[in-house]
Design a protein around this ligand. Structure first.
Ligand code: SF4
Length: 79
């Protein structure tokens, strides 16, 4: 994305190998003007690796799980 902050950073910054690297990448994302569409792109495409839209791999898994749960129909029980 043209406006993305990561365009000026080495690509491996967003594919960190440790928690400190995740913090650095998330800090860059926190000021990026396209955080929301970036995150949605990663979620829609089920991208497993890296920091996208300010979210780590673990955070994206959690978001997807929460969305699956909230989209399930409510069970109706007969009284
Ligand atoms: S939000 Fe997305 S586009 Fe912006 S810096 Fe982070 S990874 Fe790059």
């Amino acid at each position: 994305m043209k406006q993305s902050y990561c365009a000026n950073s080495p690509a491996d910054t967003f594919f960190p190998s440790d928690g400190m690297g995740v913090i650095v990448a998330k800090e860059i994302c926190s000021n990026c003007p396209v955080t929301e569409p970036c995150l949605e792109y990663a979620l829609y495409n089920r991208i497993d690796h890296g920091v996208w839209g300010g979210c780590s791999e673990r955070q994206r898994r959690r978001i997807l799980k929460d969305r699956r749960v909230s989209s399930q129909p409510l069970s109706v029980t007969a009284a």
